[in-house]
Design a protein around this ligand. Structure first.
Ligand SMILES: [Zn+2]
Length: 433
């Protein structure tokens, strides 16, 4: 299913011609209206008409999160405030948040982009969609909400939390689509099980639209198995627009960009060099049609690779691999680079433990220590394994084989670790304190 078939299946030439035209318009607009960009473009020797081909994109300096902070709150807006109709902000854990704004036209473009991605998963007017993202300054809930309405779904804007009520409405309303973070979907699945609800019989869920955090294959399989639905991922970040940048089609083999609105690049995060298509690195995004907050070459800090090969669904827009992790989340343990998602994949391969885990990193003297707490799958295992050390050793050895790292593993009781209604926080790095 397509939302805008003509553009979603457009030829490469047509997409690139559109990108070039829109990039030139955007560069001109920021040069004229955003002092920070004017200064940067002057420094790089690029005037308002300096873009001749798409290759010229590489001459434009990167934009980083700190730029938005420095221009807090509205310093990077390219339109007068009277044209701005919505303001969102990302949760700054420290200091000021990063603020983003939208004109009426921006909101319409945004919901169209997301509507394409929703339609690509097979969701349509016959569906009832429950939005279990927190409504607020975060772009996730509103981004999905208006796009679902545009597609014709009946939207249930329940927001995050109150999980038993979520399940009651799912059952009573016959909800078919769940929108949440993947870790919250896991928590909902666990609660459903506790309440004795059987997917297929009591719940009509068929598609999950997940975002807001990385979702490993293990997590996806766990959700699909326990909820009896297809788990799809979509990708976005508020600084660039919110959700709607890329998403999976029914093939579930990579996330299609909306390339007529965003240009993706992948760079070496250390040198900033643009990598050949297909190599793994940091995703950089340029928004081509935003009015209130145009953004050029934004460093996302998310690691992925581009997939240029055509997709079986018929869409011609480039795909990206699901995000492997955020550069900020990467832990360096005694010189070894470790992503929490790698630990998660190992744990998923061990039958006796569940999907909930915590990683604690400490430093003793000059030595980094990583401890992994993971829940047993069910309480009866406590009795069956008279010597839990045997299972702990097995997990430890598997992690050593996969990551080349010695860690300590502690099994904890079923359902004893914290659950999350939004993005999961699985790592505590006490070295930084
Ligand atoms: Zn596809």
């Amino acid at each position: 299913m397509f939302f805008e078939p003509e553009i979603e299946t457009a030829s490469r030439d047509r997409i690139e011609a559109l990108q070039l035209k829109r990039l030139r318009e955007t560069v001109r607009r920021v040069y004229e209206h955003v002092p920070m960009y004017r200064g940067r473009l002057d420094e790089a020797g690029i005037g308002p008409d300096g873009i001749r081909s798409l290759d010229d994109l590489r001459r434009i300096p990167f934009t980083v999160k700190e730029d938005l902070r420095q221009n807090y709150p509205f310093g990077m807006f390219a339109t007068p405030m009277r044209d701005v109709v919505r303001i969102h902000a990302s949760s700054g854990t420290t200091g000021k948040p990063t603020v983003v704004g939208y004109t009426k036209e921006d909101l319409s473009t945004w919901s169209t982009c997301m509507a394409r991605l929703i339609t690509a998963t097979g969701v349509g007017p016959d569906d009832i969609a429950q939005v279990a993202f927190g409504y607020g300054l975060f772009t996730g809930a509103f981004g999905l909400h208006y796009a679902l309405e545009k597609v014709g779904c009946a939207v249930v804007p329940i927001s995050a939390g109150n999980t038993e009520k979520q399940l009651m409405l799912m059952q009573d309303f016959g909800v078919t689509v769940l929108i949440s973070t993947p870790s919250y979907a896991q928590y909902i699945a666990e609660t459903a099980q506790k309440m004795g609800l059987v997917p297929g019989r009591d719940l009509k869920l068929r598609v999950g639209l997940f975002g807001g955090e990385a979702c490993s294959d293990a997590m996806r399989q766990d959700i699909e198995r326990r909820m009896g639905m297809i788990a799809t991922q979509n990708y976005g970040l508020s600084e660039v627009v919110g959700p709607g940048i890329s998403g999976e089609c029914e093939c579930q083999s990579g996330l299609h960009f909306n390339e007529d609105h965003f240009i993706p690049e992948v760079i070496d995060p250390d040198t900033g060099r643009v990598l050949p298509v297909g190599e793994k690195g940091e995703l950089v995004l340029t928004a081509l049609t935003k009015q209130a907050l145009p953004i050029l070459r934004y460093r996302t800090k998310d690691l992925t690779r581009l997939i240029p090969e055509p997709c079986a669904c018929g869409r011609t827009h480039m795909r990206m691999e699901k995000v492997l992790g955020r550069i900020d989340d990467m832990l360096i343990i005694r010189g070894v680079n470790v992503f929490p998602s790698q630990i998660e994949e190992v744990l998923a391969s061990v039958e006796e433990v569940g999907p909930n885990y915590e990683i604690v990193v400490t430093r003793e003297g000059y030595l980094d220590r990583m401890q992994i707490k993971v829940e047993l799958n069910d309480s009866s295992l406590l009795e069956r394994f008279s010597h839990l050390e045997e299972l702990e050793n097995r997990i430890r050895q598997r992690i050593r084989t996969v990551l080349g790292l010695d860690v300590s593993v502690r099994l904890v009781e079923h359902q004893s670790l914290k659950r999350f209604e939004g993005k999961a926080k699985r790592v505590t790095d006490l070295r930084k304190l």
